[in-house]
Design a protein around this ligand. Structure first.
Ligand code: SF4
Length: 448
């Protein structure tokens, strides 16, 4: 099997070289060459869907692929295929599943790390203000996490913060050291200049998710004057050099209509974005503004709009709270991902600021055995209705139960918020969404 894979790898390398010259001819060949790597039925299904999409000249996924070949620098195309598609997904996911089944723990597909809790902005309602904003993960610690992760088949690493590009030098160093991994940083874009964009395009294995809240008025309204322009300038630099980027948006009571406006999505595509990542506002910590929580109608509008966009737009969409039916519920606690903050606290999720384990004291393998992560594994999915995936936002009592059972503590150094206080802020919105989600889920079950 190994020899066969090696041979297929050589063929793939060859195909990638041809790809530079004639994508229209080579892409179908490349898709066929990827088939032996697709061990899971879900992966085979996705590959087949891409083949089918490719055969339709008007298909939005075909347009997305052609845009990738027009816009992205050759190292980016190559690293995306080998690092993201092969290493992280087609090979990494089955390996993680096998380890998880053998050891009865969760083994993630991706690790999200905060290189720093420092930030050069001060956005309204941002959770970063609840951590002490002076902490950094050292280069050596991040390097160790990645090395230990690769032994478990984890080749996907994301950065949040704080503003991760305050550590751009180390992010570049890690991408060079681990040129078999894919990286993506969530950034406000203010530190992206032409030189950094060129470096990322030459590396090929670092994508950026630029934070935006809609058009200029909504973005500057939450993130500060000039933020939208900084983000647009960053996109222009990245596009010019052929680096991979998308946008990340947080929808809340005041901007939801703007971020589901097709004109906004079209503007991101026109600017050169390849993916759009939708999150919703969570009222974490003492500076939170619970009135910013999206209403049930707004959450439904996001869900329906994104599902429609996926049929029409040449952009890859991720809907963090509303894709539970395709992800099998909550992906945290190492089931698909985990979060390590700038202090080294290993948290189930970027939005769950409780931990019983610090990466400075344990290996990644030991962290996956932590009591809180085992609680997640035992309790997932948190609701039979997969449109209610979250133990924090949709089923607020569940998080407190797991924190109590595991002995985990708040990692928010500034206010040490208890899960009960947080749950009380989420409960009114949760009750309204539970009613709406039950209606949709029942219709879905009836349709089946
Ligand atoms: S804990 Fe909530 S926000 Fe985090 S992955 Fe699970 S469902 Fe999503």
């Amino acid at each position: 099997m190994k020899v066969k894979r090696k041979f297929q790898g050589v063929l793939l390398d060859e195909a990638l070289r041809y790809l530079e010259h004639s994508p229209e001819v080579t892409i179908p060949k490349l898709l066929r060459l990827l088939e032996p790597w697709a061990q899971l039925p879900r992966h085979r299904h996705i590959l087949q869907a891409v083949v089918t999409a490719w055969e339709d000249e008007n298909n939005n996924w075909r347009r997305l692929l052609m845009r990738a070949f027009d816009q992205l620098a050759p190292p980016v195309r190559r690293r995306f295929l080998t690092n993201f598609l092969l290493n992280a997904s087609l090979e990494g996911i089955p390996r993680g599943h096998a380890l998880a089944a053998e050891h009865q723990i969760n083994v993630p597909w991706a690790i999200l790390m905060d290189p720093t809790s420092r930030c050069n902005l001060s956005c309204r309602g941002c959770w970063a203000q609840e951590y002490e904003n002076t902490a950094d993960l050292s280069l050596a610690t991040m390097d160790r996490i990645i090395r230990e992760g690769k032994e478990l088949g984890i080749y996907m690493y994301l950065y949040s913060g704080g503003e991760p590009l305050l550590r751009a030098t180390d992010i570049v160093a890690l991408a060079e050291r681990h040129d078999d991994c894919m990286f993506c940083a969530f950034t406000n874009g203010s530190l992206v200049d032409s030189q950094l964009a060129l470096t990322l395009a030459q590396l090929g294995n670092v994508a950026l998710a630029l934070s935006v809240e809609g058009f200029a008025a909504d973005t500057d309204g939450r993130r500060g004057a000039g933020s939208y322009e900084h983000m647009m300038n960053a996109m222009d630099h990245l596009r010019h050099h052929g680096a991979l980027f998308g946008f990340s948006t947080c929808y809340h009571r005041d901007n939801t209509a703007g971020v589901v406006d097709p004109a906004f999505v079209d503007s991101m595509i026109a600017r050169g974005a390849f993916f759009g990542w939708y999150f919703t506002y969570i009222p974490l910590g003492q500076h939170a503004e619970p009135q910013m929580l999206a209403t049930a109608e707004q959450r439904l509008a996001v869900m329906q709009s994104i599902r429609q966009f996926r049929r029409e737009k040449d952009l890859f969409f991720l809907d963090f709270w509303n894709d539970g039916d395709s992800s099998g519920g909550c992906i945290a606690g190492g089931r698909r991902y985990l979060h390590i903050n700038a202090h080294g606290d290993v948290e189930p999720c970027a939005f769950v600021h409780y931990s019983d384990t610090n990466i400075h004291n344990v290996s990644l393998w030991e962290a996956l055995h932590s009591p809180l992560f085992l609680q997640y594994r035992q309790n997932q999915p948190f609701h039979e209705n997969l449109l209610l995936p979250c133990p924090l936002l949709d089923n607020p009592a569940r998080l407190g139960q797991m924190v109590a059972a595991s002995g985990a503590r708040s990692t928010q150094h500034r206010d040490r918020e208890s899960p009960e206080v947080l749950a009380a802020k989420c409960l009114p919105a949760a009750r309204l969404w539970q009613t709406k989600a039950a209606e949709i889920w029942n219709e879905h079950l009836t349709a089946q």
